[in-house]
Design a protein around this ligand. Sequence first.
Ligand code: UD1
Length: 416
Amino acid sequence: MDRIIIRGGNPLRGEVTVSGAKNAALPLLTATLLASGQHSIAGVPKLRDITTMRALLEHLGCETTFTDDFCINTKNIQSNEAPYHMVKTMRASFLVLGPLLARFHRARVSLPGGCAIGVRPVDIHLKALETMGVSIAIDMGYVNASCKKLKGARLSFDIPTVGGTENVMMAASLADGVTTIVNAAREPEIVELAQALKKMGARISGEGSDTITIEGVKELNPLVHTLMPDRIEAGTFMVAAGITGGDITIKNCPLPYMESVVEKLREAGLSIEECGDTARVRRNDSLIPVEVKTLPYPGFPTDMQAQIMALATRAPGSSVIRETIFENRFTHVAELERMGADIRVEQDSAIVTGVDRLRGAPVMATDLRASASLVLAGLAAEGTTTVSRVYHLDRGYENLENKLKSMGADIYREKE
Ligand code: UD1
């Protein structure tokens, strides 16, 4: 297993380019199951989650190649089962359910179970599909789903679930009749999926709003697409500039999708200049404490909560960070405290009192964004920080240590 060693204290300077969005790539890859033929997606990041999805698609019978573009041939699908060991490692594997049902009318997909950041049920996905005419039986941890033909329906989600909206949008694209999702998730990755499905021939409107309408069509065509950039990776680099007192230029930065993050980071004392798809991010003065509440898009993303908490540890005064999406997403708190941070957790809020300095320490985290927050803290800490369990970072950040190193960070990876 690898670990990352950081000797903190270098202000980051220079340029960095954001990779393709992991959370847009994963649903797009499952969407290729909807149409028989050769698909091609450009800009897919080389990440562990993508490798997991590739293995799942190959398990189903797809042929794939992944050099520059990710190419998938979905002609000879032989299986409709997503096994436990694959869904357990990556919850987004559950997104094969909608496409498999739409194309083959039958699927057996393992329930994802719990994960490091909370219970994360899939009840809304299942209820929606049942309303669309799917029979669902849970058997030994698997969802056995089948239908004669998917039927369009009016669905009202209790919570605007991202994965649920994606699963239903894909299923509804090949259903009989019209599906309306009320209280749909509005995340940019949903808009990206809708645009890709439309390129394949789907009829979708309202994506990006809380009501999405999908008129089913008989057949879809293979997809050729270039992926949007990753807004969470871009936000992580912004925090890296802020926490080290640096001055960096972020290219391929999806600024239109980052309003809540940019606004909060400006409140925290960062200067962010926007020019097309480039952002110059600097900090000259002291950091300022912030109040943050995670919300569904367009609110502040839960996937940036751990990173902004790392920043808040250095802001003189009290910051309050409230997590409303996942119930157990503060696993980074205890590790940040080991580096000298002063954080008190009260129910769903973390009260962070800024400290003069963080000190390097051996740390580890149990999920992706928590691991990123420890790297950020390490960049600003005095002395050496060792981040173990780097495979979490490799799930969602392409080449993170080399990108940071190119901006002057003293960081490297070694075998544990
Ligand atoms: C996606 C993102 C993840 C991000 C999250 C919230 C991907 C691959 N992952 O995850 O990075 O942190 O959105 O922005 O895109 N819920 C239910 N029942 C359901 C489904 C969800 O109660 O059937 C709850 C969840 O437990 C959670 C909330 O709804 O509290 C939001 O979850 P959801 O939007 O579904 O997250 P994911 O799609 O799993």
